[in-house]
Design a protein around this ligand. Structure first.
Ligand SMILES: [Zn+2]
Length: 127
């Protein structure tokens, strides 16, 4: 009797939890993208003011405003497209609605959970 029963080798790629380093790397990408967005948003008043000072022209300032809106839209889209390193869903996107909170909308992973895990209270990393 030939026993030709080969157990199919199953590669369980899914269901494995990401390592701490992977979580940390993914979260730092999301944090950096959020900083870009904030940086763009914060340039609004200085950019408009500078434009008025330099050009003394409403029309040229309107162009600056248009450029700023485009940059903010791009930065917002980049942040919204960031993926959660733990569950793989869009970190800030619930359906099509961006929600700017500091944790994953799907699995609740905190934006700074890797920082809290590493450093103790007032912990300086020596060595
Ligand atoms: Zn998640």
């Amino acid at each position: 009797m030939g026993s030709g029963v080969d157990g199919p080798t199953r590669g369980d790629a899914e269901g494995t939890a990401p390592s701490e380093a992977e979580l940390s790397a993914g979260l730092s990408v999301i944090r950096r993208r959020r900083w870009y967005l904030w940086a763009v948003l914060l340039t609004y008043l200085p950019a408009i003011w500078l434009s008025l000072e330099i050009t003394e022209s409403d029309r040229k300032t309107a162009v600056v405003f248009g450029v700023w809106v485009a940059m903010a839209a791009v930065a917002g889209a980049v942040v919204a497209a960031a993926r959660c390193p733990r569950c793989g869903n869009y970190f800030h996107l619930m359906g099509l609605m961006p929600v700017w909170v500091r944790k994953c909308l799907h699995c609740g992973l905190g934006l700074t959970v890797d920082k809290r895990a590493k450093g103790g209270p007032a912990g300086k990393l020596g060595g």
